[in-house]
Design a protein around this ligand. Structure first.
Ligand code: ADP
Ligand code: MG
Length: 453
């Protein structure tokens, strides 16, 4: 019990930097270790978006860091400023906890802020419109509809809108959800006969942001429900922001009345970034990770990786890993080694997401279209969960991205899948064996990591 060693923060941060390269962010510096009580180290995180994010995604790495730093079996708890005065043993004011739990399904990535969004010719209009919407929600463009190819920054921009809106208008009720999240909640509510609370959740907000709205395609009942949600909000001047992989009129099997609603505000497209923008994005991503990249390295990565922006981040991780493993400074030479055509893989063989999906469909004899569909019967849901688990363990993709690859599922679904497989493996030797066999098969195939979608 008592206040932690003043060096604890340093040790935790350097452990994370060394062992969890891809999650370390410069703002981890702002996290303050408080006291250790009953084997739990409390960490103060003052910024609400970061707090919520760490609670959902940061527990495991911070726990290992705290244990490595202290040599003790500690648990870790992230607390906000509002919970500072509370009794750490009891875990604080239940209302406080409920408020956070109620918001739990809305996790925003602290990376996806306006500050971290690089504006270029490819996204200037979309960015300007996003900015205008946060200045005058419900008044500037309603709805704002942003479309573009995969990995071009739609989710980033949408979450930026949410974060800026919450920041500037403290009282505003903001709700961010993926379209698949909306549909899952809809189906659950129908099944449980809880439509009233479902409707409150989506209609009693000032800003509703729905990511990947093209997923409504072919889902007639969800379209119907969304139509009414949209009208309720729109008619009372509340803001709706949507993203999609295609403009409204090109979304297949979308009812005409929805298409016309989506078209009635501003439709903005995001294109692929040009070389200069890519280089700037590389610099920004690197500095988020506390990494100074020499100019020639940033340019090299920007030139080398031109598929989509997600891959740029992967390249930075690879470079960072190689630098750590080889103990050398980041240089052009090292960058060529890390991501050049003949780059060896760091830390063993990494399968691509495609190889994982192929292996899972083959092993379980399920169709790809089923694996990526919304179907939730066990014969498909289990292979899908195994696939997400494997992707989490063996690729460098984030939870959001893994959800994207597995049929546009959101972060909570992926987290749920990973937890479920961890739990089931412990009690189910058969499943455990299946997963191990799949893992062996995948890491034996030595191919460069996920350049494909
Ligand atoms: P989409 O939703 O369009 O598939 P995301 O928003 O998930 O794409 O973006 C993929 C990755 O690229 C994210 O890490 C995001 O931060 C990054 N990214 C995309 N556009 C930009 C940008 N203009 N500036 C900084 N990062 C960007
Ligand atoms: Mg997205």
């Amino acid at each position: 019990m008592g206040r932690p060693d003043p060096n604890l923060k340093e040790s935790i941060l350097s452990y994370l930097k060394a062992n969890h390269t891809s999650i370390w962010r410069h703002w981890f510096d702002d996290i303050e270790p408080l006291e250790v009580t009953n084997g739990t180290l409390r960490l103060l995180v003052t910024e609400p978006v970061r707090l919520r994010y760490l609670r959902r995604c940061g527990l495991d790495p911070f726990r290992s860091a705290a244990q490595a730093a202290t040599g003790r079996l500690l648990a870790v708890r992230f607390v906000g400023e509002g919970e500072l005065g509370e009794d750490p043993v009891k875990g604080g004011d239940p209302r406080q906890r409920d408020r956070f739990q109620a918001d739990d399904d809305m996790i925003l990535s602290p990376d996806y802020s306006f500050d971290n969004f690089i504006v270029g010719p490819n996204n200037r209009l979309a960015h300007a419109a996003a900015f205008a919407v946060t200045e005058k929600p419900g008044k500037a463009y309603n709805p704002l509809f942003i479309h573009g190819g995969v990995g071009l920054g739609k989710t980033h921009l949408l979450q930026g809108i949410c974060q800026a809106t919450m920041h500037h208008n403290g009282g505003m009720r903001v709700y961010f959800v993926s379209c698949s999240g909306f549909m899952e909640q809809f189906h659950d509510a129908v099944r449980a006969g809880e439509m009233t609370s479902f409707r409150h959740r989506f209609r009693d907000v000032d800003l509703l942001v729905v990511d990947d709205i093209h997923d409504l395609s072919q889902h007639d009942r969800a379209q119907e429900e969304f139509f009414h949600t949209f009208n309720t909000l729109h008619q009372s001047g509340r803001q709706v922001v949507l993203s999609s992989d295609a403009p409204p009129s090109e979304i297949t099997d979308l009812k005409e009345r929805l298409t016309s609603r989506f078209n009635c505000g501003l439709v903005a497209r995001i294109d692929k970034p040009c070389f200069e923008t890519r280089v700037e994005i590389v610099r920004s991503k690197a500095s988020l990770r506390g990494l100074e990249l020499p100019d020639d390295v940033a340019s090299y990565i920007g030139a080398k990786v031109d598929t989509n922006i997600r891959e740029l981040e992967g390249a930075i991780t690879q470079l960072q890993n190689l630098a750590a493993v080889s103990g050398s400074d980041i240089s052009l030479e090292l960058a060529k080694k890390a991501i050049g055509d003949h780059a060896p893989m760091v830390g063993g063989h990494h399968p691509t997401i495609q190889q994982i999906i192929d292996a899972v469909t083959r092993y379980y004899d399920v169709k790809l279209s089923d694996l990526l569909s919304k179907r939730r019967n066990k014969s498909i849901a289990l292979p899908r969960q195994v696939g997400m688990w494997l992707a989490r363990k063996h690729t460098r993709y984030s939870l959001e991205e893994i959800g994207g690859f597995f049929g546009g599922r959101d972060l909570t679904t992926v987290m749920h899948a990973i937890k479920a497989i961890n739990r089931k493996r412990e009690g189910d030797a058969l499943l455990d064996g299946d997963v191990s066999r799949l893992e062996n098969e995948l890491v034996d195939h030595h191919v460069a990591p996920g350049m494909g979608e």
